[in-house]
Design a protein around this ligand. Structure first.
Ligand code: C5P
Length: 237
């Protein structure tokens, strides 16, 4: 039997562990990939990550580190001991910071969680990038430049808009990962996401993993919504 890849990451944007564990009960024995972000991590601490790992859930810890190289290296060493599967940082912290992060994240046996770079946040418009950050050039150019820096520093991929997945892969190679949020079903509301794609379109545009929050967490039947995402993204419907 062909196994469906565990490539739909549920964004667990809950304010408490009580809500999180109520939600996860709906999944029975299934172990979907979970994204834990700042909200839950700052509220519940590393203990929630240990508990989820003990129960067998793959974890993307979305803390977007950005600091001096030595601080990021030491923080990454702590995260790698949490036994997470994926984490991230801001590429704007420089190549030196990214290399330090890889070093810190690598365990004594040479293994490490996947490490992704945030290039430009999708909430930053090209205009704002020019005026506020004084970064000139086209958004796509900047995203590709940061993605290449990340690749050269030894990272595994980027978090980006599905619209950027193809150009990033053309520049960095097909095995360089594109993890993409902003996913909605064709028949649902966009909420506050502006440039959205369906799971099927995200796959066609080159995404390796999709990050899906409210279309699953706020669905009347979250398990059904999750299974639908998996099916659409993996091309079985
Ligand atoms: O509920 P929704 O599907 O919009 O959630 C998407 C998740 O992906 C949220 O956790 C959000 O913070 C995250 N994200 C995003 N856009 C980015 C980076 C992360 O929506 N550019």
């Amino acid at each position: 039997m062909k196994m469906t890849p565990n490539n739909v990451i549920i964004a667990c944007d809950f304010a408490s562990t009580t809500r999180l564990f109520e939600f996860l009960k709906l999944f029975g024995e299934r172990r979907p990939y979970l994204k834990i972000g700042m909200e839950l991590f700052y509220a519940a601490g590393p203990e929630v990550v240990r508990e989820l790992k003990q129960e067998g859930f793959p974890i993307f810890l979305d803390l977007k580190l950005h600091d001096i190289p030595n601080t990021v290296k030491k923080a990454m060493a702590v995260l790698s001991h949490l036994d997470i599967d994926m984490c991230n940082l801001h590429a704007s912290g420089t190549s030196e910071m990214m290399r330090a992060a890889v070093e810190g994240l690598t365990r004594e046996d040479g293994t490490r969680p996947l490490l992704l770079a945030v290039t430009q946040l999708t909430s930053t418009s090209e205009q704002r990038m020019h005026d506020d950050l004084l970064i000139s050039g086209k958004m796509e150019q900047v995203v590709i430049h940061y993605a290449l820096n990340a690749k050269n520093a030894g990272l595994d991929g980027v978090v980006c808009s599905p619209l950027e997945a193809r150009p990033v892969k053309q520049a960095c190679g097909n095995s360089f990962l594109a993890v993409t949020p902003g996913v909605r079903f064709a028949d649902s509301l966009n909420q506050d996401q502006v440039r959205v794609t369906t799971p099927r379109m995200a796959r066609q545009m080159g995404s390796d993993y999709i990050v899906v929050g409210r279309p699953i967490t706020a669905a009347a039947d979250p398990l059904m919504a999750y299974l639908r995402c998996l099916d659409e993204f993996n091309g079985s419907v």
